[in-house]
Design a protein. Structure first.
Length: 178
């Protein structure tokens, strides 16, 4: 097999047995995500992107975020977020509002019905996350795990990574959970 073009000094190094096991375990773990999706869809008619939009809006000041900022938080393209927000809007869960400050930007705003749906879905989401993921991480340093997994994500995604780091810093400085 031909090596990919690149610097001749870059040597392709095989994975160690421990690295190979970690890689394969990560791939298997990623395949669990659809199980989380099916739990939310079956119980509440929400897919993970829709749940994430509702969740981020519920945490934002005035339950409102600029569309481009929200897209960054939920790791969707602008057009992908527009489709999700339109679906949620048709259900009365989110409203799109023109930015008063410049008239060009759009905000997504969580409606009372959207907050209610999120509150109803939250226990299902938590139970699913615990059953499919967290129950299998007992005994691990979750701060180190979160840091390692966060580094896998593209750092160009923006605020969610920085926000997560701020939350960890705040938690450690105050000695309490955020």
């Amino acid at each position: 097999m031909t090596q990919p073009a690149g610097n001749e000094e870059d040597e392709v190094r095989p994975l160690t047995p421990v690295e190979e096991a970690a890689w394969r375990a990560l791939i298997r773990a990623v395949l669990i995500i659809p199980r989380l999706e099916s739990d939310l869809l079956a119980a509440h008619g929400l897919n993970p992107s829709e749940y994430s939009v509702l969740q981020h809006l519920s945490e934002a000041p005035e339950r409102s975020l600029r569309m481009n900022e929200l897209a960054n938080y939920v790791s969707l393209s602008g057009s992908g977020l527009t489709r999700v927000v339109e679906r949620l809007s048709r259900q009365g869960l989110v409203e799109r509002v023109r930015a008063e400050s410049d008239g060009r930007g759009q905000y997504a705003v969580l409606t009372p019905a959207g907050l209610k749906r999120l509150q109803e879905a939250w226990p299902t989401h938590l139970a699913s996350v615990r059953r499919h993921v967290l129950d299998h991480l007992a005994g691990l340093d979750l701060d180190a795990f979160a840091e390692a997994v966060g580094q896998i994500a593209d750092t160009d995604l923006g605020p969610p990574i920085r926000r997560g780091q701020r939350a960890l810093t705040d938690k450690h400085e105050s000695g309490s959970a955020v």
